[in-house]
Design a protein around this ligand. Structure first.
Ligand code: ATP
Length: 219
């Protein structure tokens, strides 16, 4: 069943754009699902890629990270030292919060900027750690759901991380139940990937329909 889009959800952050937030746990398949939406014509915004740009040499967040965390968190090349930062924020909630308060507003600003420029009848914005608040003002939230065993197997294969490390990362992310509670749409990705295509195409048609309704109404 299609939920009717509530006009009050069309926030001025993204004038005239229908923006779907796409989230899911580590290794759930967000990137692969987003790639299929891109092939179908959607514009894709990847907040992980934005965070990487902001923390690369010369990136917009480097000065603030240096002043908050110190020179030792910046490499000789001028990028954020990812390994050091990961270890630091993994064990210290306050530091994690400090890093997020530097990065999140900058990421959001760039998302708004991209949303106004990207082509595509609607946009898919991939946000790995979406936690259910309405901060992002997305028109819909699509969750890629996957059981934990599959997440672990896939990330072990993709990144060569240990099972224990992946489990501890999963524990730090919003739980599967939390994500499902705020989803407007869900894609189940626990079976083989090709079986997802019909579901992605079904959602694509719904998003096309809803986005064209918005654009007509705004004219
Ligand atoms: P992360 O949050 O870590 O960036 P992600 O949610 O973007 O992960 P992907 O990178 O899309 O997840 O998928 C994780 C790995 O699992 C990739 O190597 C991908 O090719 C693989 N994968 C995704 N879906 C399936 C599937 N249904 N069957 C088998 N492998 C899959």
């Amino acid at each position: 069943m299609i939920k009717v889009v509530n006009k009050s959800k069309l926030h001025h952050l993204y004038p005239d754009r229908f923006v779907v937030g796409l989230t899911g746990g580590i290794g759930s398949g967000k990137t692969r699902v987003a790639r299929v939406f891109a092939e179908l014509g959607a514009g894709i915004i990847d907040t992980d890629a934005i965070a990487h740009q902001l923390t690369a040499p010369g990136g917009g967040a480097i000065a603030a990270i240096r002043s908050c965390f110190g020179d030792e968190f910046i490499t000789d090349q001028g990028a954020m030292d990812r390994t050091r930062m990961r270890e630091c924020v993994f064990s210290d909630r306050q530091k994690k919060h400090s890093l997020e308060s530097i990065l999140h507003p900058m990421i959001r600003e760039e998302v708004v900027n991209l949303a106004s420029r990207l082509a595509g009848p609607y946009l898919i914005c991939v946000v790995p750690l979406l936690s259910g608040g309405d901060d992002w003002k997305f028109s819909r939230i699509l969750v890629v759901d996957c059981d934990e065993d599959n997440q672990i197997q896939r990330v072990m294969k993709r990144d060569g991380l240990s099972k224990e490390l992946i489990q501890s990362i999963i524990r730090q992310q919003p739980s599967r139940e939390q994500r499902l509670a705020f989803a407007t749409d869900v894609i189940q990705n626990s079976a083989d990937f090709d079986s997802l295509h019909p579901e992605i195409e079904r959602l694509h048609k719904i998003y096309l329909q809803l986005s064209s309704a918005i654009q007509t109404d705004y004219l």
